[in-house]
Design a protein around this ligand. Structure first.
Ligand code: CTP
Ligand code: MG
Length: 231
């Protein structure tokens, strides 16, 4: 079951504090975003990649795509000032329907089995996202005083990829545009048009490279991945 993946890579990585787009920082020998793209480049079910980038970074990114032989990028579009606008730009470049995934360029440790579970669930139900169960006890405390302890079994920490049948995401995106609604993930847009969103259990190592600590964790995870590849 094939899918297209849309990868927003047009952020600036403020929280990483590196002074450059964090996606160019190296994990092992490759920039973060190249690890992410390779997960899809190597997945036979991925039929194409649509990448949102900043105009001024396009040339540098193109250079890396050539250097690492990434061949599946079929459109590079200009990202927007918010992540959602970058995903909108990707959506505009895709009209073929089918299952579309949205995945942060900053999550290089996505596993193929999770991608496949997700794509299958989205094909069947229209919308599915990857999440992991909260490990810690979770409290609701909107004013800083505990109101109640949440049932941990009901709470999910969600990640990307998030997967949709094209027409579901398209409708959600158009409605958000019309209402001037800005969400923190695609699922929020789909939830607000009343379409159910399934959760697929993912892995804790699908970390988003956000701050310096994540880079240190990323180096450890990468060593593990390379070891597994050798075995
Ligand atoms: N992103 C994007 N367009 C934006 C903002 C973010 O395409 N206007 C992308 C980032 O490049 C990243 C993903 O969305 O791959 C997730 O965003 P995040 O981790 O928040 O990255 P940044 O926005 O770059 O980092 P920060 O919020 O710390 O500035
Ligand atoms: Mg951001």
């Amino acid at each position: 079951m094939n899918y297209t993946v849309m990868i927003p890579a047009a952020g600036s990585g403020q929280r990483m504090g590196a002074g450059v787009n964090k996606l160019f920082l190296k994990l092992g020998e490759k920039p973060i975003f190249i690890h992410t793209l390779q997960a899809f480049e190597r997945d036979p079910l991925c039929s194409g990649i649509i990448l949102a980038v900043k105009k001024e970074e396009e040339e540098e990114i193109q250079g890396y795509l050539e250097q690492f032989n990434i061949l599946k990028v079929r459109s590079m579009v200009e990202g927007g000032s918010e992540r959602q606008y970058s995903v909108d730009a990707c959506l505009e470049a895709h009209t073929e329907g089918g299952v579309v995934l949205v995945h942060d360029a900053a999550r290089p440790f996505i596993k193929r089995s999770v991608i496949h579970d997700l794509a299958k669930e989205a094909k069947q139900h229209g919308a599915a996202i990857v999440g992991v169960k909260a490990k810690d006890t979770m409290k609701l405390a909107p004013t800083g005083t505990v109101e109640k302890t949440m049932n941990r079994d009901h709470l999910w920490i969600v990640q990307t990829p998030q997967a949709f049948r094209y027409e579901v995401l398209k409708e959600a995106s158009e409605r958000a545009k019309k209402d001037d609604f800005l969400g923190t993930d695609e699922s929020m847009l789909v939830e607000r048009i009343g379409h159910p969103v399934r959760i697929v259990e993912g892995t804790y190592d699908n970390v988003k490279m956000t701050t310096q600590e994540d880079l240190a964790i990323g180096e450890i995870l990468l060593k593990r991945v390379l070891q597994e590849d050798e075995e």
